[in-house]
Write a protein that binds this ligand. Structure first.
Ligand code: GDD
Ligand code: MG
Length: 349
């Protein structure tokens, strides 16, 4: 079976992290986020994946190549201008041979794809949408379905008064090839705002909803990205792709330390902390509930709490980085400086 993964978004909500790295390539413990996703697809028996890219596609291509190393056949189709979540599918129509999976490229879930395929076959619809319950559907696509599981209404980013269910579009679809015929070519088309509502209104074969209680997260916002890291550390996601933590580095568990990283004796690292490769935490510094990418150095007595630091950041002695702060690639945090909770450095334009 073929799959299309949508990886063309600019990752606006993850800025400044996504100035240097496209959203699919942000690290999750020991490897890029997208690698965890692709390995799950491979393990579910998917052999061929089309990556519909647009923003910083080279970074994705450089890492995965033709996919051989992870046991997949990968194709890259790069959009000159963003074609939207349905336009991206129309754009790869010539590569699609039958029913296919579609994945939003920023979702991590333990959904059983084989079971979803069985469900889709048994319903015989034109497509099946995976749904998941959330507390606040306003940031998602709200999906209503009837007693038979037939999708009755799709409202993207509903306003609070439009929310009628806590079940949202979880960003995994199984679609019959004929769905592509319903997407106009040559312009930006949103599957959520245009294609699904069109299919629901049409008199043809139905769209079905497949709601599950699986682990599910969209890493597209800093707080969710941080949560995904912590969830893996705490064993809440059945990911078997995570490598081993660097040995002999004193940290409070659960934490993960990449190869080549060092923590000085009187430093405190963890719990719920990820250090990438070749990080250095000096004596007296404290790092907790945080994710530090590769090559981050933290000088003496600095404190980092619940923050995300991109690659190559240098935190000066005694600096303090507050909860929810996000620091972009290569930033210099001067000694003693206080970065307030929730701040983004540099501030996105
Ligand atoms: N190729 C391509 N071209 N990909 C795109 C484009 C485009 O023009 N625009 C967005 N994408 C990709 C993004 O990279 C991402 O992987 C996926 O499509 C979804 O885009 P987001 O920007 O992350 O959308 P969202 O999170 O606000 O909402 C979507 O996901 C929710 C679940 O997380 C919608 O599908 C909602 O209905 C859904 O509930
Ligand atoms: Mg998203």
């Amino acid at each position: 079976m073929q799959a299309i993964v949508l990886v063309g978004g600019e990752g606006t909500r993850l800025r400044p992290l996504t100035y240097s790295v496209p959203k699919p390539m942000v690290p999750l413990l020991d490897r890029p986020f997208m690698e965890h996703v692709l390995l799950r697809l491979r393990d579910a028996g998917i052999a061929e994946v089309i990556l519909a890219a647009g923003y910083l596609p080279e970074a994705i291509q450089r890492h995965f190549g033709d996919g051989r190393e992870i046991g997949l056949r990968l194709h890259y189709v790069v959009e000159e201008v963003p074609l939207g979540t349905a336009g991206a599918l129309k754009n790869v129509e010539s590569l699609i041979t039958g029913a296919f999976f579609v994945f939003n490229g920023d979702v991590l879930t333990s959904l059983d794809l084989g079971a979803m395929r069985e469900f889709h076959r048994s319903k015989g619809g034109i497509g099946t949408l995976h749904l998941t319950p959330v507390e606040d559907p306003t940031a998602f696509g709200c999906v209503e379905h009837d007693g038979e599981g037939c999708v009755a209404r799709f409202v993207e980013k509903p306003r609070a008064h439009e929310v009628t269910t806590n079940l949202i579009n979880a960003g995994t679809y199984l679609l019959e090839r004929e769905v592509l015929a319903a997407i106009p070519a040559g312009r930006n088309v949103s599957i959520e705002r245009e294609t699904f509502p069109t299919l629901i209104a049409a008199n043809g074969r139905k769209l079905f909803a497949y709601a599950t209680g699986d682990y599910w997260i969209d890493i597209g916002k800093p707080e969710n990205y941080l949560k995904a890291n912590v969830d893996i550390l705490q064993g809440n996601i059945p990911l078997h792709t995570v490598g081993t933590t660097a040995p002999h580095v004193p940290v409070k568990s659960p934490s993960f330390v990449g190869l080549g990283s060092s923590v000085e004796g009187r430093a405190e690292v963890g719990p719920n902390t990820v250090l990438g490769r070749n990080c250095r935490v000096s004596s007296g510094a404290r790092v907790s509930g945080s994710v530090l990418w590769d090559d981050v150095s933290v000088d003496r007595d600095a404190v980092i709490e619940g923050a995300i630091l991109a690659g190559g950041v240098h935190v000066g002695a005694g600096a303090h980085i507050g909860r929810g702060a996000v620091v972009g690639h290569g930033e210099e945090i001067a000694p003693g400086v206080v970065i307030p909770a929730g701040a983004r450095v540099p501030t996105p334009a």
